[in-house]
Design a protein around this ligand. Structure first.
Ligand code: ZN
Length: 302
């Protein structure tokens, strides 16, 4: 029998519970230090930490179903175009900066296939909480190296990666940012690069809600609105946009340097009037950097 997990992937992995080295059992990966045995599903190691919040996971699964639910309503088309554009902007920037022959983690990869172009001349690991999304990437899009696990207990060795890509993930864990950034720093080698994108609390067309309103009220209003619109990108109740300035500040304190926000042209999740307004205001570079729907941060591990 060939090994159930590719050696090149195994070399990057560590136990999510104790950080120990993992080795092959007959049908599983086993931790040499704490003895925990982890399931491997069709080459995908499922490396969950202890006591993973099942309710939270169910919410994520619901979200995953919505994300894989293909047909978009006509009303959503303009917003979908902007989502597409935002992904193109992100991956173009990453490709330009990262070069070739690198080892890259795509943390919280979801079903976005933009990273697979990088996989042609780099080693790219797709990482997500939900195994079904990874199976879809593997079977439908040829993603070769996939790992299931939780962002707050990344099952990777110290300094394993040259770069981390992370899109629209951290607003799922708005209260754990310091821990998440510290673990990004841990798995990056010195000089490794983080490409972080998230929903921006300071977005031009959303800061009046995300910065000016109490968080609970914003959550309740937002939930009602998305239900009414039957919208495709419906946020889970614990999600909250993150603050570009705070994220930059926290990264600087978490072992990163050269922390900068990258200007972006796209503005998803708005209608014609919103786009026209953003179009005008984004003539100012400050708006493209700090007041986009998404912010994108480039940071180098010190
Ligand atoms: Zn262990």
């Amino acid at each position: 029998m060939t090994s159930i997990v590719e050696q090149k992937l195994l070399d990057l992995l560590a136990c999510p519970r104790c950080g120990g080295e993992l080795g092959h059992g007959k049908y599983s990966l086993n931790c040499f230090s704490c003895g925990t045995s982890y399931e491997v599903r069709g080459g995908i190691p499922v490396l969950m930490p202890e006591g993973i919040d099942i309710e939270h996971l169910a919410e994520e699964e619901k979200l995953g179903e919505i994300m894989t639910d293909e047909p978009a309503s006509a009303k959503d088309t303009r917003s979908e175009e902007q989502w597409e554009l935002s992904k193109i902007e992100y991956w173009d920037f990453v490709r330009e900066r990262v070069g070739t022959g690198k080892t890259i983690a795509n943390i919280g990869c979801g079903v976005d296939t933009g990273f697979l172009e990088l996989a042609a001349d780099n080693t790219v690991v797709a990482f997500d909480l939900m195994c079904p999304l990874l199976e879809k990437l593997r079977d439908g899009h040829g993603s070769a190296l996939n790992v299931a696990g939780a962002v707050h207990a990344l099952p990777f060795r110290n300094a394993a990666f040259d770069a981390i890509c992370c899109i629209d993930l951290i607003h799922h864990e708005p209260d754990r940012l310091a821990a998440i950034f510290a673990s990004f720093a841990r798995i990056l080698r010195p000089d490794g690069i983080l490409f972080l994108e998230d929903i921006n609390a300071w977005g031009l067309l959303q800061f009046w809600k995300s910065k000016m309103m109490p968080r609970r009220l914003h959550g309740a209003l937002r939930d009602g609105w998305h239900r009414m619109k039957r919208s495709k990108h419906r946020p889970a109740p614990y999600e909250f946009p993150t603050d570009v300035f705070k994220s930059m500040q926290m990264l600087s304190k978490s072992g990163f340097e050269d922390v900068e926000a990258v200007p972006l042209k796209s503005y998803p999740n708005t209608g014609k009037a919103g786009l026209a307004l953003y179009g005008k205001m984004s003539a100012a570079e400050r708006v493209r950097r700090y007041h986009n729907f998404h912010y994108m941060i480039y940071a180098r591990r010190a």
